[in-house]
Design a protein around this ligand. Structure first.
Ligand SMILES: [Zn+2]
Length: 301
């Protein structure tokens, strides 16, 4: 009996020791190992298989945010759909020309890729005017719609997503209003020399005289294509406005813009001066269409 009990205890000890050895070796195998450089790595680097995520197929061209469609199901509400796509209700209403939140089952809604508005291009629209009309950022519109640059030609009827765009207060007023009324006076002063031939040479702009340091403003929203010294013109800024229009500001005392910068209509871009071939402080202001100078008085209000 005693022998039997001792034998049983010995067997139990054997199994306890065996279990400790097995556990110890298993835990050693599973410890992260370190290589010579001290980087740790797992002995067994199998990763659990993730369940396949089914995403709706989207044709995403680089930079092009896809517009999606949502078909209204029974029981859905506008606020629910807005929440589902992380849009605000105003964005959803505007993108679908809805005036209230009444939905029909089966109705197809356009889902914008983010906050903003959808603009349907009208004849003659440019990205510049569209950006201005919706108080949006031109580079963001260029990227969101996969355009090459801000001068990209737009097709009538084309839908553009305007990221961050806000609806114009009076939606009735179209974006395009003819070319003439879009220019603003670039500065205040007296017109001392009109556009036209003078001493046998074309004076390709108008001269507006005032004190050195009088603010000079962009005559239209645009992109700065030049800011520097120009023979004859002295310190000069050139803005490009799309659709072939550009404006030039000469004899400046100081420019406060850099090439590539976007400016608003009426934004201060420079200060009047007397640099270059100039006989007194004035702004030499040119409007060009496809590089041909126009009489600025024909386009200024
Ligand atoms: Zn001049």
């Amino acid at each position: 009996m005693n022998n039997f009990l001792e034998h049983k205890a010995a067997v139990q000890r054997f199994f306890v020791v065996l279990a400790i050895i097995v556990l110890a070796s298993v835990s050693v195998l599973n410890l992260p190992h370190r290589d010579e450089a001290g980087h740790s790595f797992e002995a067994n680097q199998e990763k659990p298989e993730l369940p396949a995520v089914s995403e709706p197929p989207q044709t995403v061209v680089a930079g092009l945010a896809p517009l999606r469609k949502h078909v209204v199901q029974s029981g859905e509400t506008l606020s629910g759909i807005a929440e589902q796509y992380q849009l605000d209700i105003a964005t959803l209403l505007a993108a679908n020309d809805l005036s209230d939140d009444t939905l029909q089952i089966g109705q197809e809604l356009t889902i914008l890729p983010g906050k903003g508005v959808l603009h349907t291009v009208r004849s003659g629209d440019t990205l510049w005017e569209i950006a201005r009309a919706y108080q949006a950022d031109i580079p963001a519109i260029v990227v969101a719609n996969g355009k090459k640059d801000d001068n990209a030609v737009l097709a009538e009827g084309e839908k553009l997503f305007i990221p961050g765009g806000r609806l114009p207060l009076r939606q009735a007023s179209p974006v395009s209003r003819g070319t003439t009324s879009r220019f603003l006076w670039p500065t205040r002063g007296e017109i001392t020399s009109p556009f036209g031939y003078r001493w046998g040479r074309l004076h390709s702009g108008i001269d507006i005289a005032n004190d050195v340091g009088t603010p000079v403003r962009g005559a239209m929203a645009g992109k700065v294509t030049f800011s520097g010294w120009c023979d004859g013109y002295g310190k000069t800024v050139i803005l490009e406005h799309g659709r072939g229009y550009s404006t030039l500001y000469g004899h400046l005392s100081q420019s406060v813009v850099q090439p590539g910068q976007y400016v608003e209509a009426g934004e201060v871009i420079a200060y009047m001066g007397n640099t270059g071939w100039s006989t007194g402080p004035h702004l030499h202001f040119e409007v060009r269409l496809n590089d041909q100078p126009l009489n600025p008085l024909q386009v200024l209000p």
